[in-house]
Design a protein around this ligand. Sequence first.
Ligand code: ADP
Ligand code: ZN
Ligand code: ZN
Length: 746
Amino acid sequence: MTLTPPFAQVIVDIAHADVDKVFTYAIPQGMALQIGMRVEVPFGYQEKEGYILGFASSCDLAPDKIRDIKATLEDYPAILPPLVELAREMSRNAHCPLAETLRLMIPAQLRRGRISIKYEKVAQLLLSGDSLQAARAAQTRSAKRRLLIDLMADGAVHPLSELGLLVRSPLEPLKKLEEMGVIRLFEREVLRSPYPDAPIKVEDPILTPGQEEVLSEIIPALQDGQGSFLLHGVTGSGKTEVYIRAVRETLAKGKCAIVLVPEIVLTPQMVGWFRGRFSDDAAVLHSRLSAGERYDEWRRIRLGQAKVVIGARSAVFAPVSHLGLIIVDEEHESSYVSDRVPAYDAREIAKSRARREGATVLLASATPSILSFAKARRGDYTLLEMPDRVNGMSMPEVTIVDMRKELRLGNKGMFSMELLSRLDQCMALGQQAMLFINRRGYAPSVVCRMCGHTLGCSLCDVSLTYHAWDGQMHCHYCGQKTPLPGSCPECSSSYLRSVGVGTQKVEEEVVKRYPDIPVVRLDHDTTNLKDAHRDLINRFRSGQARIMIGTQMIAKGLDFPKVTLVGAILADLSLNLPDYRSPERSFQLLTQVAGRAGRADMPGQVVIQTYQPEHYAIIAAASQDYRKFFNTEFDRRRRDLYPPFTMLARMLCQSKDEKTAREMSSAIYQKVDALLQLNPVMKKRVLFYREDVSPIKKIMGRSRAQVFLKLLVHPDSEAVLAALQEMTKESWPGEVALEINPASMA
Ligand code: ADP
Ligand code: ZN
Ligand code: ZN
């Protein structure tokens, strides 16, 4: 047998370093293939899915060794060529198998045929003109068949469900018509829609001078398909309208746009705004979609039916062709970084795609990340600013309350006098308030008053949070629930007591104080049902509820015109985490929460309660002074050698067995030590390295130990990181992973 070129180069969908190479297959007669198509191939004794990566005109395998591609899985490339290139680049950078990065480019359910395509029965006329008239006239025995012909006279494809609304039981007469050759009956794919309501048309507002100015810089860049911008616009400056106009400009040029928003900001509100302006041109990708909906949205995008994609982090891989613009809203959000293998930062991917596909990038935030703002100062981004709120509204007035003083004055409650009196006033005036605390549950720990023992999770090294609604203790890491024991497991005393404050306790206090005022609570516990999030927000928006209590879920993106008071119950929560980014995160969170107040025609007030009123992050958030915060924080990072001046890396070792985890981290420490002793060039760039327990020693039953390194930003450091990456591939008795500047230090 002689084989005729070309041959197809296929990556088999098995994410294992040993199979991470391209295999060559023969192409059967008549099979049309393109790069990025998914195919079924024989692999060993099995059938596997694979991706077409390229073609070759020769093959050095013996003809009897080379096998045929069995079938194509779709008749179009599921992965567009630029996304194949992106996957290659990611696999190189993250040192992980290509099959793994290719998987990011398609909905998970597409693999291994786990998706069910929904079909509907449809009918269409085959005849027209005189022959149709003749066929109609021939239906003397059935008025139903004549009516059906009339209904389909426009020649379009008509779903049977639609015909059934006008003609009872249309199937029999239609079958008859089909037999007569008048129509054809067939099935076609239906796309499931995740939108319960039709889009509401929205009129364009007149742009503010700030919006005009910013757009006058962005629009010429769209023309040229280049440019990267960082937009610093204060809360309520009208960033969304800038996105909408920039997207519209992109569509007018025949190109597509991707708008990334943090998952929790994917509120019905944001989606509503975009659907209102772009109606069915907009597609939405988020984690609450069912598998079918997600697949169908993906298909609409891939087939060019939707031209604007709004989605969370992974939407950066959306299969749009003719990409013209990528927007990253709330760009400072840590949720843009995925720590799961293959790790990526959606902002970096956005830049890489934009470069490759000739598109513009727009990052935007009221509180840009220190890293992005530093890059803008260096000239990597063009900095755009909108320092004023829409319609000349002033920024809210912020008061910092020192909770230590409250305690000294004998107030042991969670509300300061200041916050209470303002809340009273706000309620008396019929306005709305938001109370923010970044902790869900009733109380973050349960402690024995006799022996001081704190009840912890059996699988994780964290304390259990008491939840009032089910009377159980929940682990916020693994989700395990345990009933509250009658007595202390350590000393058997019955003096167990919950300490600290979470959203449920705040709710309880509020309800006690304002029994007649309806309250909504927005946190992970109240919003995990499919539409709960939207319903709660609508109850507040319509004015049915007057106080909203919530976690960081309420801090971002929401725009409620009637909110005049915002209270941060305990601002210190995010400040005390053992992470060099705590001040940055606290500043961002507080500035964002404060920004929920006074967004329309009534001025806003904000009360920040804290035990550290002198902390620079709190003071800067209170004055909503981004520059001041940036300068202080940037100097601190330079002085204390934190990113972006250094890189942090850790080799995280995990095992079911604590001893194994420790042994792995010791062995890795030895290896790192030996490596650096041997390579003085590398050693010069490593500020320190040490073996550590992880801040959380156990999560979901897996013990964690680590080797932690701080490196200077320098090409020689890359060599160190590459060597560490190689170490992870050795055979270990547990899991070893390299994390560079991880989003979470836990
Ligand atoms: P940001 O995201 O910057 O905090 P938003 O985009 O939520 O601000 O806008 C704040 C409010 O101002 C919204 O209610 C929005 O509808 C309104 N708005 C934005 N631009 C205009 C404009 N040009 N004219 C009138 N209202 C506007
Ligand atoms: Zn005890
Ligand atoms: Zn747990």
